[in-house]
Design a protein around this ligand. Structure first.
Ligand code: NAP
Length: 481
């Protein structure tokens, strides 16, 4: 079974572009090779997908939870059976190293299994009444059609984390993947079809996010808008969703602090910082954007970090040897250089390999902006690439204040073995997620999400399904007696 599909998946059918001029071209960011073209769906295509989801909702909302669980488990198994093909496809269109792509397939599939299990646990409650002759309580019911917009950096997991929850809750879904990585999304749709998903329950339309947002945000029958992407697009979507008062889940940008205290093993902290900064070539919402290291170990940490960073092979993701792949766009390479130039101009030390060593135009050799200060762009902007910012601290309260000095509040990390400091950091950090002595904070069981302008709502964990459920209160009185 080929997973490379060249059409949108609407109402259980594959619908190619009607206008061959309206296509999006997908390229391998590692070598610029064209991978294929897909429909730049027009408004009517997108409306068809919504219609299909609206129609399918009538039956899907009534489906037995066992049926929903079975579909999600079959889909999970399909991903496992096609793990290598999915990973290679993802590396081609997204660029991430193949080992990370395999990890993402596993991570993405794990949400389908998790929500297959959660489907059976959408429990309401009974409420002790004031009047003992009445019965009152709550039911959990599916919200309706969910419109889902996803980014390119995790092209499978950002879909399954939402669609798994939506389907388990009894909602139907229309997915609009990022135009850089639509093939991964369509491969998922192919596997959903193969797993027996009823027509219209899962739809994937390719094309412009702006156009899709106009279609779904003006349609009152779409009751849920779930978005993962940048904060500035999230703000605009929230405003658009207000017109039809949709439930909105927003997983937005991050600017994670990574705080290293002086009582830790420096090598362990360096390894964790390297992983937290450079996975997905730094294009990760939970990437360690700002690394704060206690003054007592600062010089040793910087020396080891830079040496480890400089040893990371950079090149095409399909070569198993490479740790850092290309950036998603040529523009992103220029953005990284601009951040580095800004740091240098404001007095930081720039450490790293020469850009002339880059294996091609889409690549950026990792750099460290050392001794960064709050006035530098890197301190406030989500870098989204292989540029690490490192500075020093000598007071826990001040480093907490510096870490919180951002509009973002997604992930944060602290390395210390001191219990009282752990508790103080946990209380003080204004972030939705705090990793203590680990950077490995994700998984299907995790209530993933941010505070402040990193978003609204949580995905995964026991709470993830709630984003797609309404609470219906009932009161059974006794007037008929
Ligand atoms: P993006 O530019 O916001 O795009 C994300 C999606 O939104 C794409 O499908 C895009 O579609 C669509 N889009 C773009 N402009 C739109 C508009 N005006 N109206 C409606 N939809 C629009 O983000 P990205 O560059 O793909 O992803 C990187 C961002 O995602 C980073 O900020 C990162 O932190 C964040 N992220 C957050 C999480 C989390 O869980 N919090 C996880 C991963 C990534 P088209 O471009 O195809 O039109």
């Amino acid at each position: 079974m080929s997973l490379w599909m060249h059409a949108s998946f609407i109402d259980g059918r594959w619908q190619p572009a009607t206008d061959m001029n309206a296509v999006i071209e997908v390229v391998d960011p590692g070598n610029g090779e064209t991978l294929g073209t897909l429909p730049d769906s027009d408004t009517s295509h997108m409306q068809q997908a919504v219609e299909a989801a609206v129609t399918a909702f009538d039956d899907w909302r009534q489906s037995a939870v066992g049926q929903r669980a079975d579909l999600l488990l079959a889909w999970y198994q399909g991903m496992q059976d096609n793990r290598e093909a999915l990973a290679r496809l993802m590396t081609r269109e997204q660029g991430k190293p193949i080992a990370e792509a395999r990890g993402e397939v596993d991570y993405a599939a794990s949400f389908l299994r998790w929500f297959a299990e959660e489907a059976r646990r959408t429990c309401g409650a009974t409420i002790p009444p004031e009047d003992p002759t009445v019965a009152i309580g709550t039911l959990k019911e599916p919200m309706g059609v969910a419109a889902i917009i996803t980014p390119w950096n995790f092209p499978l997991a950002m879909i399954t984390r939402k669609v798994g929850a939506a389907l388990a809750a009894g909602c139907t879904a229309v997915v609009k993947p990022a135009s850089e990585t639509p093939f991964s999304a369509l491969a998922l749709a192919r596997l959903a079809e193969n797993s027996g998903a009823p027509p219209g329950v899962v739809n994937v339309v390719t094309g412009s996010g702006r156009r899709f947002a106009e279609v779904v945000c003006t349609d009152d029958r779409v009751r849920n808008l779930s978005f993962t992407g940048s904060t500035h697009v999230g703000r605009s979507l929230l405003a658009q969703a207000a017109d039809t008062v949709k439930a909105s889940s927003m997983e937005l940008g991050g600017n994670a602090p990574f705080i290293v205290c002086e009582d830790v093993d420096i090598d362990v902290a360096v390894e964790a910082a390297i992983a937290a900064k450079f996975q997905t070539s730094g294009q990760d919402c939970v990437a360690a954007n700002r690394i704060f290291v206690h003054a007592d170990i600062y010089d040793a940490f910087v020396t080891r970090f830079v040496s480890r960073m400089n040893a990371m092979p950079v090149g095409h993701g399909l070569d198993e040897a490479n740790d850092i792949g290309p950036l998603i766009h040529a523009d992103a390479v220029a953005d990284m250089q601009a951040l580095v130039d800004d740091g240098r101009a404001r007095g930081a030390r720039i450490l790293g390999r020469d850009q002339a060593e880059a294996p091609g135009p889409g690549y950026f050799m990792p750099q460290a902006i050392v001794d960064f200060t709050p006035d530098m762009r890197i301190a406030t902007e989500e870098s989204f690439g292989p540029v690490a910012a490192i500075t020093t601290f000598d007071d826990d309260n001040r480093v907490i204040a510096a870490a919180n000095d951002t509009i973002y509040g997604l992930a944060s990390y602290v390395f210390t073995h001191d219990d009282s400091r752990i508790r103080a950091f946990l209380r003080g950090l204004d972030f939705g997620m705090v990793g203590i002595n680990t950077m490995d904070i994700t998984g299907p069981h995790v209530p993933f999400g941010g505070v402040k302008q990193s978003g609204l709502g949580r995905e995964g964990g026991h709470v993830g399904i709630e984003e797609y459920l309404e609470t219906k209160y009932y009161c059974i009185g006794n007037a008929h007696r």
